[in-house]
Design a binder for this molecule. Sequence first.
Ligand SMILES: [Zn+2]
Ligand SMILES: [Zn+2]
Length: 391
Amino acid sequence: MTKRDYYEVLGISKSASADEIKKAYRNMALKFHPDRVAPDKKKEAEEKFKEISESYEVLMDPQKKATYDQYGHAGVDSSFRPGGFDMGQDFHHYEDLKDIFGGFDISELLRGFGLGSNMFSDSFEEDQERGYGHRRGGDLEFQLGITFEEAAFGAEKTISIPRHETCAVCGGTGARPGSKSERCPDCGGRGKVNSSSGFFNIIRTCQRCGGTGQVIKTPCTACNGTGRVRTKRNIKVKIPAGVDTGSRLRIHGEGSSGEKGARPGDLYLHLEVKPHEIFERHDSDIYCEVPINFVIAALSGEVEVPTLEGKIMMKIPAGTQSGRVLRLRGKGIADLHGHARGDQLVRVQVEVPDNLSPEQKRLLKEFAKASEKNAGPLSKSFMEKMRRMFR
Ligand SMILES: [Zn+2]
Ligand SMILES: [Zn+2]
């Protein structure tokens, strides 16, 4: 593609003054602002914009202009990349552009050229305020194992959490106490540097000081100048009654400390309730199995039963069959949302004795003789079913 004459592109004569060149550029730039053209013309406008930018870039520079006047495109092309103009590398007149589009959002325009607007000073200031230099501390997440009882009744635990904390020796400045931080020599304290290597006047965060504008001459030995130290911190945690495996506790402000005094992150504890040897949990009810003596099952009586609050005596009604579930009201787990406390459900297992003594055997045989015509309720019902089956 043959390049158009730069004067022709801007619609000016070769004798145009610097002011006239700038004015022409201004008019053209406004005309081809991608926001001011129809969407289907956007691509075309961008191409056009590149063309006028390149023209202005050469004609605004007296030396380049003289070379161009004498040798044409061949004279100035060496200052551009082979194959043409690179907006990222070869863009010097950002300030002019800002001037022209003062009232417009030029970030969109620049994105059209593959240039992130965050490279420029306008948005850089915002980035400074929002984040860099005083970033919020990170959130921490830990798994916390608790006992069945702690989940049921709640608990206060002291846990040890490894995390970054503000260095107590230097107060987070990173400078050794007594020493002073100095103005960053790379950016002169501005926190940003102009990289004038290319065509564009690109402003970046200073690498050396990280945008703070200050460098530490004598770093704090406790934190190696970072202002933060890795420590283990003991934190008192209140676990509410009724939590379960999968419950998550958020402890405000107990995450890692932020950089240079920024607010800390939060601590998240993921609870895991350890299984209990006797109890099993079903929401706010708890289940357990209790073996009972077959004589008590037959004659009634009391057996000792464990609850979360200690042992109690539970009444067994006469004729209790194995597998029957007895309910102890309000002996379950507290409800996290403030509803009534759950129940404890006790499943009884009637135990058949083994290792009988001769005396016990004799008594049981006597009992059997007396029971010949007195079958239990389960047997009676079962015998009836059998009779129907083999009739
Ligand atoms: Zn320190
Ligand atoms: Zn710096």
